[in-house]
Design a protein around this ligand. Structure first.
Ligand code: SOE
Length: 393
């Protein structure tokens, strides 16, 4: 490998085409489109995504999105998109309350499916969706993109290498501040995350679902939880009706969780942490060491290794940009960085790679997404009942 690293993406071999039909043109529609366009520039893969069709109800917006991101055609009805013979894979980036119906129809039509997180409005829907893709035998993945932050993937590697030993504690936070103003309306484009009838829940499904997905990937399943939630602003004007309407999402949520491995945990999330824009952190304390990650320093993984002599004990900061670090040999030279958008590029590469052998299905699958959904449901239930709830569905 030369000083500039391997030139991974550039080979002259003809690629197998994977025709994608995307549904939704918002934040996630953009993140996914960018990943489909970039993945073969960086990764050496047998498959190449083809941006075949973009689907949204509003034809003008769909066309504008398609023109901007290079989608070949548009549809305004997702059923038509699914019926198309030239589409191999349906990518869902539309609001949460659309996922279940689309997934069931797409699976029935034999399409591969990529679905934005959270998988579903609740576990009942998640079960239907998981059953649908498993019955159809189609490739499936949920876009829990933070698994593909190189520093988080490295954390997984260090845990799997046994460097932490038995895990005692897991401490996660996911903090934002964009809903503090009582003047912010709820509902409609961009603000459907504040409307529980569209989002399913508030920070639990939107933010804690990320923290939960990361946690169960790193240290295994969760047994039970006890939770509290709060809705600080009780009414907001609804964008679609202009009426002041009761707010039914959880603005903040905190819970205690017991993991199957015996670890005790705390999880906290809010959209009312003034100054915090997208702070996603975890600390894991094990018998032989600890790990700490903060998305505000995405290239750093903090590691305390107890095997060192006590007079040189201390937390070390691993700068996760070297060629031997996860994904980083595909990009630039050590010390240079990649961004949020590359977590989606990495996920796309993992998905395409899994199609090559067909032996090693990509994770998180819908079944993994369902596990997170069970935990979210248990959290929301416990916040109502005030008692410990099982996460086992
Ligand atoms: C909410 O603000 C949001 O956009 C989530 O929906 C994403 O999943 C998260 O990664 C960033 O924040």
């Amino acid at each position: 490998m030369g000083p500039n690293g391997p030139n991974q993406g550039e080979t002259n071999m003809a690629k197998k085409k994977l025709n994608i039909g995307i549904i939704g043109y918002g934040f996630m529609g953009r993140a996914h489109s960018n990943a489909f366009r970039k993945v073969n520039n960086f990764f050496d893969l047998e498959y190449e995504p083809v941006l075949k069709a973009a689907c949204a109800r509003n034809a003008e917006k769909a066309q504008e999105f398609a023109d901007n991101w290079g989608w070949e055609s548009i549809e305004t009805d997702w059923r038509k998109l699914i019926e198309r013979d030239d589409i191999d894979c349906i990518d869902i980036g539309s609001p949460n309350n659309t996922h279940c119906e689309i997934v069931k129809a797409a699976a029935e039509a034999g399409k591969m499916i990529l679905c934005e997180k959270p998988l579903a409005m609740d576990a009942a829907e998640g079960e239907e969706m998981t059953a649908a893709v498993e019955k159809a035998g189609v490739a499936n993945m949920v876009w829990y993109n933070y698994r593909r932050v190189p520093a988080i993937t490295l954390a997984k590697q260090l845990i799997d290498e046994g460097r932490l030993g038995r895990v005692f504690h897991y401490r996660a936070k996911y903090l934002q501040d964009w809903t503090i103003s009582p003047d912010l309306p709820q509902g409609g484009e961009g603000l459907w995350r504040l409307d529980a009838s569209v989002a399913g829940s508030g920070v639990t499904g939107d933010l804690l679902a990320h923290s939960i997905d990361t946690a169960i990937w790193l240290i295994g399943g969760m047994d039970s939880v006890t939770a509290m939630t709060e809705t600080f602003i009780k009414e907001r004007t609804h964008n679609l009706t202009g009426e002041k309407t009761k707010v039914t999402i959880d603005d903040a949520c905190a819970f205690l969780g017991k993991f199957d491995c015996g670890a005790l945990s705390t999880f906290e999330s809010t959209r009312y942490a003034r100054g915090r824009k997208n702070q996603n952190t975890f600390e894991i304390n094990g018998e032989h060491g600890s790990l700490y990650f903060d998305l505000e320093d995405p290239h750093q993984l903090q590691f305390f290794d107890n095997k060192h002599d006590s007079h040189v004990h201390g937390w070390q900061t691993i700068l996760v940009t070297d060629f031997e670090h996860p994904y980083m040999d595909k990009y630039w030279v050590p010390g240079t960085t990649i961004g949020y958008e590359h977590t989606f590029v990495n996920a796309t590469a993992d998905f395409l790679k899994s199609l090559e052998s067909g032996q090693d299905p990509v994770r998180p699958s819908f079944r993994d997404g369902l596990e997170t959904q069970y935990i979210c449901d248990a959290v929301l239930k416990s916040a109502k009942t005030g008692v410990w709830e099982s996460c086992k569905g």
